[in-house]
Design a protein around this ligand. Sequence first.
Ligand SMILES: NC(=O)c1ccc[n+]([C@@H]2O[C@H](COP(=O)([O-])OP(=O)(O)OC[C@H]3O[C@@H](n4cnc5c(N)ncnc54)[C@H](OP(=O)(O)O)[C@@H]3O)[C@@H](O)[C@H]2O)c1
Length: 287
Amino acid sequence: MAITGAARLAGIMGWPIAHSRSPALHGFWLHEHGIDGAYVPLAVAPDRLEQALRALPALGFRGCNITIPHKRAALRIMDRVDPFAQRIGAMNTVIVAPDGGLEGSNTDVFGFRENLREQAPGWRASCGPAVVLGAGGAARSVVAALSTAGVAEIRLVNRTRDRAEALARDLAAPETRITVHPWEQRNEVLAAAGLLANTTSLGMENEPPLEINLAPLPETAVVVDIVYVPLETGLLAAARRRGNPVVDGLGMLLHQGRPGFAAWFGAEPQVTPALRRAMLATFAGAH
Ligand SMILES: NC(=O)c1ccc[n+]([C@@H]2O[C@H](COP(=O)([O-])OP(=O)(O)OC[C@H]3O[C@@H](n4cnc5c(N)ncnc54)[C@H](OP(=O)(O)O)[C@@H]3O)[C@@H](O)[C@H]2O)c1
């Protein structure tokens, strides 16, 4: 759709940024809603992040998404940060307030939760302990999402123990017990679990496979992989074969974009089969 001189502006800041699927995602919604607006890639080097963020109000931008490597650094540049993003230690959405102030929040938590709700509607926090593989940036959002959903026990398994312990410390909450387990115990900790989430990069295209034996996992447990290239990872295929309900990672990516789009462009976007198809086509085109 052609834009006019009055177009609303938003974008995504990262370094590099050429690989980002967010312009395609927001572009789909802008077209679908017939909005006079543009969502553009903003390649911003780490040493110019503050300058670039501070320029948003001056340029008339309504805000932007923040991606690798700026998700942590952007926090201290904001005028106001959602307490939740502060606790997670990472943000991905900036909204320029009417007074020109920069407001930071984290919508990956929302994205994970909405995707789980949509693809595994039968899952409840009371289904049992959750096992989370990985303790990187994405794991923080996943643990926060499970904790706020009311999961009483989260078993955190990571190759680097210190990283898992720091995560467990930062996200400690009275309602959730987070226990840390060595990577070598990733099979045993599956016993009696109600959910398994892979947040490592294992299983992603051009990365090593995730080696795990699902035998101890109850067949009713929901298996989530937040890796979305390929869409059907080895983990999801193995889980599907033994009858576990599975949740792929594409929905998390799509749902995390909704709150920002609504704030910048004034319409409530939906995650539909047509959107999923359009996004999958962008992956196919990239290879
Ligand atoms: N669906 C979505 O919307 C969404 C959103 C964000 C991220 N993701 C995906 O999630 C994945 C992780 O992203 P991230 O930002 O959290 O990355 P990250 O901060 O770099 O964390 C990577 C994680 O993978 C683990 N890992 C890497 N190689 C490993 C290996 N050989 N053996 C065991 N563990 C290994 C790391 O363990 P150590 O701590 O030991 O290094 C760490 O826990 C990526 O595939 C990304 O595309 C998806």
